[in-house]
Ligand binder design. Structure first.
Ligand SMILES: Nc1ncnc2c1ncn2[C@@H]1O[C@H](COP(=O)(O)OP(=O)(O)OP(=O)(O)O)[C@@H](O)[C@H]1O
Length: 469
């Protein structure tokens, strides 16, 4: 096994402005300190530890000290800002408007607007970055996600339930986990759900977009390899827990300046345990969606659908552009077959047996393409041979012939980083307890219980006095 790449001599840039073009030139160093399964032994990542040393930390710590210990002479003003104790844990909140959205921020978190940054919003929530003093006394950068209309309908509510369940279950240093889950609401008026995670860096989507916008490559060959390795390392853990992520895409991957990667957003993830519910087609973002999810295994696809997404991401890292940017499902399928070829007789027979002759006929109605030579297709980017080999094994139409995560992590392309004893599996299968249909009110009750019973990690933000409860 080759050793991890050596550290660069570049000065460390700890606090980045979000709009800067990222320069993940710091060493893609292998991370060895895997947090154990026990929450009490959770370790923050090295980048955050470095941040703690940064001089801004001093400033923030001083402010925190002033707020919690010294009389400021402005107590009346503070009283006006903080709410009365509320929510299931009787915490006090400051309501701060960011990007026209009101965020309830608990006591102990930095609520100074100049330190708060809007990170983005998707269909299910809006996310801000701020900092908080944690239970271990350190101040960390954190991301607060306010769920968008969490109980709008049963589908939405179940998604929120899954996400907060998984954020508590996952313990792996390439996977985001919850530092805090709260609501400022009382049970009879429960509307808003907030999830706090560590700030995991900049989304790969933004890095790739800025590479394109500025026409300047910031991800080197070595970064690309380290990113792919970390995605696969995280998936090894996720798949071993019988979970499919189902929404792997650059926007759900965050990268620190040290090139440490975190998988974000488990809203679409689901367990493979319960076979009594059908899987849905409209799960993955289209561009990263596998052909079997688009067509022939609509309700029975497996975690190999995630491996397809890894193939799409790997090719995008190599070229800088999305591999299959289809405008609709048909165009998506067409783009896939133009590169990967149309299903062969063997796959068509499987499709017919697993589905129907009608499905086989639909597939056959598409124009037939031959699989292209990947080396030729990507030759302009001078890829290493073993990267092309890995992409070829990931982008296989028949999921039964696609490379599994266990095989992928042993692929020669990743040998430089491979360290089997540092590539943990989950120690149990995660049961999300979400298979029975529920009304949106029942899901709301289930989420309420999760918040009430949530046990914060040692490093979680803590309100003063909470430890005594
Ligand atoms: N812990 C974090 N650290 C850094 N950035 C984060 C973090 N959590 C979320 N983000 C960023 O915030 C933005 C919105 O977050 P998120 O994708 O979770 O919202 P969403 O509504 O679930 O999105 P989607 O519609 O894609 O499912 C994204 O750009 C994401 O990269």
């Amino acid at each position: 096994m080759a050793s991890a790449p050596s550290a660069s001599n570049q000065p460390c840039t700890h606090v980045r402005r979000h709009e800067d073009v990222p320069t993940p030139s710091a060493p893609p160093s292998k991370r060895c300190n895997i947090p154990s399964q026990h929450p009490e032994s959770y370790e923050p990542n090295t980048w955050l530890q470095q941040q703690m040393e940064h001089e801004q930390q001093k400033k923030l710590a001083e402010e925190a000290k002033k707020q919690s210990v010294e009389p400021t002479g402005n107590e009346e003003e503070e009283e006006e800002v903080l709410s009365k104790p509320c929510g299931p844990h009787k915490r006090r909140f400051t309501f701060v408007m960011v990007h026209n959205i009101t965020f309830a921020i608990p006591e102990g978190y930095d609520v100074d607007g100049t330190n708060i940054e809007y990170l983005g919003g998707g269909s299910f929530g809006n996310v801000i970055k701020t900092s908080a003093v944690c239970r271990d006394g350190l101040r960390r950068w954190i991301a607060i996600k306010k769920m968008r209309e969490p109980f709008f309908d049963p589908h939405h509510a179940r998604r929120i339930f899954r996400e907060i369940k998984l954020l508590q279950l996952m313990r792996h240093d390439n996977i985001i986990c919850a530092l805090d889950i709260y609501t400022p609401d009382e049970e009879n008026d429960f509307r808003d759900v907030y999830v706090v995670t560590e700030f995991a860096g900049r989304s790969l989507y933004r890095i790739l977009k800025q590479q394109r916008d500025f026409g300047r490559r910031v991800l080197t060959e070595e970064h690309i390899k380290f990113i792919i390795y970390q995605i696969i390392r995280a998936l090894k853990y996720i798949h071993s827990a019988n979970i499919i992520h189902r929404d792997l895409k650059p926007g759900n991957l965050a990268l620190t300046d040290d090139s440490d990667l975190m998988i974000l957003d488990f809203g679409l993830a689901r367990s493979l345990e319960k076979k009594d519910t059908t899987l849905t087609q409209y799960v993955q973002t289209r561009w990263y969606r596998s052909p079997e999810v688009i067509y022939w295994k609509i309700d029975s696809y497996t975690n190999l659908a995630d491996m397809w997404s890894v193939g799409c991401i790997a090719a995008e890292l190599l070229t800088g552009d999305p591999l299959f940017p289809g405008d609709d499902v048909n165009a998506q399928y067409q783009r896939i077959t133009q590169l990967c070829g149309s299903p062969d007789e063997e796959l068509l027979t499987k499709i017919e047996n697993d589905n129907s002759s009608a499905m086989k006929a639909v597939i056959q109605s598409y124009k037939v393409y031959k699989r292209r030579n990947f080396r030729e297709v990507f030759s302009a980017h001078n890829p290493p041979d073993d990267l092309i080999d890995l992409i070829e094994r990931l982008l296989v139409l028949d999921p039964e012939k696609r490379i599994t995560v266990e095989e992928a992590i042993q692929h020669p392309y990743l040998a430089e980083f491979s360290l089997p004893e540092d590539e943990p599996r989950a120690d149990h299968i995660f049961d999300l307890d979400d298979h029975l249909p529920k009304t949106r009110y029942e899901w709301r009750d289930a989420v309420w219980k999760e918040i009430v019973n949530y046990t914060r990690l040692t490093s979680s933000p803590l309100i003063p006095g909470e430890a005594d409860r």
